[in-house]
Ligand binder design. Structure first.
Ligand code: GLU
Length: 299
């Protein structure tokens, strides 16, 4: 085992119980971190308005029952608002932010103009004069704060996907209602917590260039990324609660059987019952399946 100096993390949103897809990602994040001697941090991304009371505690209980462990105290983003405000001030002081008064509809209309990458911010408020800004502020709508980027692409390296180049735009750092954006707090946290290995679902691969670019502007080294394949439900869409018995409390299998099921789907073992620590010695990221796993609760 190589002795790492950094840390990996699992960063769920406490919006309900974890399902098998989330648990599989948690298992992989733990294996990536522990097999390389890294610390492992559990961080709740609880700034979202879909957060449910007690959900974080239930997720902690499920993860612990499966034999996953973590270092230090569990981190809640809602306890760290001062850190995010300070980081935003630093970016603003360095002239790397601007106020944006656009509505979603305005952005959508402008972004569908030819040559703009789909969904990207067209730069409408980037160069407003101070008079324009004052007039917009006076109209009553609080502005979002966006990053002033100096590139439109950034390349990251991913253990499973190789080199990946994706679009970067003037992303939102803080919404008009004061909520900090996921892409912003994720980067601030990863840097502050010395996370140098980011393992998460491959639906977030396209967020990595933006996040790495922001980290780069802040002088942080890019982490090692591993965007792992998702679990799909019987409909072929990403597994969800509506697919039936997909959470620990629904499936009622012993934890070592759940780890066995997930590990078999990842080609990590042939055994039916295992604990995560049993998988550490032979864990090899190169042997992981590249595509999604379809799970049918009935079958
Ligand atoms: N909170 C995100 C999720 O639950 C993960 C974000 C991340 O790992 O960067 O999908």
């Amino acid at each position: 085992m190589t002795v790492g100096i950094g840390a990996g993390r699992y960063a769920p949103s406490p919006t309900g119980d974890l399902h098998l897809g989330n648990l599989r990602t948690a298992l992989l994040a733990w294996l990536f971190a522990r097999s390389t001697g890294r610390r492992f941090i559990l961080r709740f991304e609880d700034l979202d308005d879909r957060v449910q009371p007690d959900s974080a505690d239930r997720q902690i209980a499920d993860l612990a029952s499966l034999g996953l462990d973590w270092d230090d105290d569990v981190v809640y983003q809602s306890d760290r608002l001062d850190l995010y405000s300070r980081a935003l001030r630093q970016l603003s002081d360095a002239s790397l932010t601007f106020e944006c008064f656009c509505t979603r509809r305005e952005i959508h209309a402008a972004a569908s103009a030819p040559h703009s990458p789909p969904g990207s911010y067209p730069g409408t408020c980037r160069n407003l004069t101070e008079q324009h800004r004052s007039a917009k502020r006076a109209s009553g709508r609080p502005p979002a704060i966006r990053l002033r980027t100096n590139t439109d692409h950034h390349r990251v390296t991913d253990v499973l996907h190789g080199k990946f180049t994706g679009p970067v735009d003037d992303m939102v750092l803080q919404r008009g209602d004061g909520t900090f954006a996921y892409n912003f707090v994720c980067v601030i946290d990863d840097a502050e917590m010395q996370i140098d290995q980011v393992v998460r679902g491959d639906d977030l691969l396209t967020s990595a260039p933006r996040q790495a670019h922001l980290g780069h502007l802040l002088g942080h080294e890019a982490p090692t990324y591993a965007h792992v394949p998702l679990v799909l439900g019987p409909s072929g869409k990403r597994l969800a609660k509506r697919d039936g018995a997909v959470t620990m409390s629904d499936i009622r299998l012993p934890p070592q059987r759940v780890i066995g099921l997930l590990s078999q789907s990842l080609n990590l073992t042939a055994l039916d019952n295992v604990w995560p620590s049993d998988l550490l010695d032979q864990f090899d990221p190169a042997a992981l399946p590249k595509g999604p796993w379809t799970y049918s609760p009935e079958g």
